[in-house]
Design a protein around this ligand. Structure first.
Ligand code: GRF
Length: 200
């Protein structure tokens, strides 16, 4: 049984896609052992609660300094004893100590076809605003391993999505979520659970 901890900051639609995929068998032999958020009011925490999944908020302002916050974040993950850490709309830069401790066992979903529209400052709607501003005809989503950089780790899976006439950033974001993120993230988790992708 693959034990996964999911780190979230917002609405949790990618978390929901994982929950639903485990329920309908698209993801085999996997258990979400904990959901952790840096925002106490993240709707993703409500989704965890509604599905009987342990959850915890680790909020920066509750700590004296960044080091204490990082220690608390690492402790919250360690307590879950996950095989895999999934960043699903998690907007905090992971502490180096955590990346070293879980190297090769942290994956992230990014809402573009890396190496386009990624790196510092490219998150949420900003990614889609940049894609529309550049005038690309195709965008999509990427699942990659997390390393010390921002959106720089080895790419695991990608799925392309057509940009349509009249798209706003909001419309494009929803299409990328529905047609790419919510498909490839559960797909990668299932591949890891089934051993098609090896974790080092
Ligand atoms: C969205 O911008 C999504 O594209 C990215 O993280 C943000 C929040 O996603 N992966 P979620 O609804 O919290 O999963």
């Amino acid at each position: 049984m693959l034990r996964i901890a999911v780190l979230v900051s917002g609405g949790g639609t990618n978390l929901q896609a994982i929950i639903d995929s485990i329920a309908d068998g698209r993801i085999k032999d996997t258990q979400i052992v904990k959901v952790i958020s840096n925002k106490a009011d993240a709707y993703a925490l409500k989704r965890a609660e509604e599905n009987g999944i342990a959850s915890e908020a680790v909020v920066r302002k509750d700590f004296l300094d960044k080091e204490a916050f990082h220690e608390a974040l690492i402790r919250a993950v360690d307590e879950a004893q996950p095989d895999l850490v999934v960043l699903a709309g998690f907007l905090v830069v992971l502490p180096l100590k955590m990346i070293e401790k879980y190297r090769g066992r942290i994956i992230n979903i990014h809402p573009s076809l890396i190496p386009s529209f990624c790196g510092n400052g490219f998150y949420g709607l900003k990614v889609h605003e940049a894609a529309l501003a550049r005038g690309v005809k195709v965008t999509g989503a990427t699942v990659h391993f997390v390393d010390e950089g921002t959106d720089t780790g080895p790419i695991i899976a990608q799925k392309a999505v057509e940009v349509q006439e009249g798209d706003t950033a909001e419309i494009l974001q929803k299409r990328v979520m529905e047609q790419a993120e919510w498909i490839i993230l559960p797909g990668v988790i299932n591949d890891i659970a089934c051993g098609k992708i090896q974790l080092k």
